[in-house]
Design a protein around this ligand. Structure first.
Ligand SMILES: NC(=O)c1ccc[n+]([C@@H]2O[C@H](COP(=O)([O-])OP(=O)(O)OC[C@H]3O[C@@H](n4cnc5c(N)ncnc54)[C@H](O)[C@@H]3O)[C@@H](O)[C@H]2O)c1
Length: 340
């Protein structure tokens, strides 16, 4: 893998939302890959409201430049482009539950913040700088409930929440800035990523991560969905693999609208409990208590089979099977918890 995308010399990569759940894993992997010689980084700029410890460590090594500030502020975004940027991995976002409750915040960050980044890319290109590859972390939330019997590359998005609506608008902007020559963009629609650390967040799907974690630790957990409820998910390492692949995948492999639904595993809560028993022993089953909440089940538990041939043809992958997803999600969770 190489971050250079055909240009000579190592790349300057900008990661927004770098202190977040996926961002931390992505930055750790980028630094690891750079040290191992599989990625050639000239500079790694992170942009988030806060600076993560890991980022501070990298900064000490001279490679990593951490900017604290909001993408809703165009002047802050411009600081991130002080040196020409080759690849933007745009993860910064207000989560779905928060964006639904706080409309203006969701709009300023999820929509306007993304536009600020795209405009900074276009200004750089206009100055004669590189046309950055722009990887946008979108969401399967663009589809909205009720979903059709199968979701595939032809399913028409119809968001059920403002979060998904702003992500869909931002997808259109990514495609339009690509058409105008301001960036070389790609929106990846992510399914649920496991396992999120146990902190109070605005993610309404956080219970799925606790379902993975609690039985392993001998704790009881309440599943707000029925055993038959089906969902889509990926492990953090799988999502990081796909984000890094997106940084280098040739434009010729991408559809004109530049949006891909990522492959993800489709499984029921009963299948998840079976996989937990296979991994942690029979006692795991007794720790899971089902107390379905119709609203949660409608949002996350009625996901039908998912077919993503366009993303697969472009080289994106899922975890393969539930046992692998559980193993990767658990290992990544421990690595995140052990980080300084
Ligand atoms: N985790 C999932 O299950 C999932 C599923 C679908 C899509 N996604 C998308 O993937 C991306 C990463 O998800 P995550 O789980 O790591 O999210 P997260 O909430 O853990 O991290 C988001 C980061 O963005 C930062 N941020 C928020 N507002 C900001 C602003 N105004 N300026 C700069 N930074 C700001 C936060 O401080 C946080 O560190 C997000 O765009 C999310 O919408 C995630």
């Amino acid at each position: 893998m190489n971050a250079m995308r055909g240009a000579p010399g190592p790349a300057h990569v900008l990661v927004t939302g770098a202190a977040g759940f996926v961002g931390r894993a992505l930055v750790a992997r980028l630094l690891q890959a750079h040290a191992g010689g599989t990625w050639s980084l000239a500079r790694l700029t992170t942009l988030d409201l806060t600076t993560d410890l890991q980022a501070r460590q990298g900064a000490a090594a001279g490679l990593l430049h951490a900017i604290e500030g909001s993408i809703a502020d165009a002047a802050v975004v411009q600081r991130a482009f002080a040196e020409p940027v080759d690849v933007v991995l745009h993860l910064a976002s207000v989560p779905g539950g928060t964006a639904e409750q706080q409309y203006a915040l969701g709009r300023d960050v999820n929509l306007h913040g993304t536009l600020h980044l795209l405009e900074a890319c276009a200004a750089q290109a206009q100055r004669g700088g590189p046309v950055p590859r722009f990887v946008f972390a979108s969401t399967v939330g663009v589809f909205g409930a009720p979903l059709p019997p199968v979701v595939d590359d032809d399913t028409r998005p119809c968001p059920g929440m403002t979060y998904g609506a702003h992500k869909l608008m931002a997808e259109a902007a990514v495609a339009d800035f690509t058409r105008r020559g301001g960036c070389d963009g790609l929106s990846l629609r992510l399914a649920g990523v496991l396992a999120r650390p146990p902190a109070p967040t605005g993610q309404r799907s956080a219970f799925l991560s606790e379902l993975l974690r609690a039985p392993a630790a001998g704790r009881d957990v309440v599943c707000p969905m029925s055993p038959q409820a089906t969902t889509w998910a990926s492990s953090t390492p799988n999502v990081v693999d796909n984000l890094l692949h997106a940084a280098t995948v040739p434009a010729a492999a991408l559809p004109r609208h530049r949006a891909l639904t990522l492959p993800a595993l489709h499984f029921s809560m009963a299948e998840l409990v079976d996989a937990l028993v296979a991994r942690h022993g029979r006692a795991a089953r007794a720790h899971v208590h089902f107390a379905p909440e119709p609203e949660i089940e409608a949002l996350f538990g009625q996901q039908p089979p998912l077919h993503t041939p366009a993303a697969r043809a472009a080289g994106f992958t899922d975890d393969g099977d539930l046992a692998t997803l559980l193993r990767r999600a658990t290992e990544a969770d421990q690595a995140d918890g052990d980080a300084p």
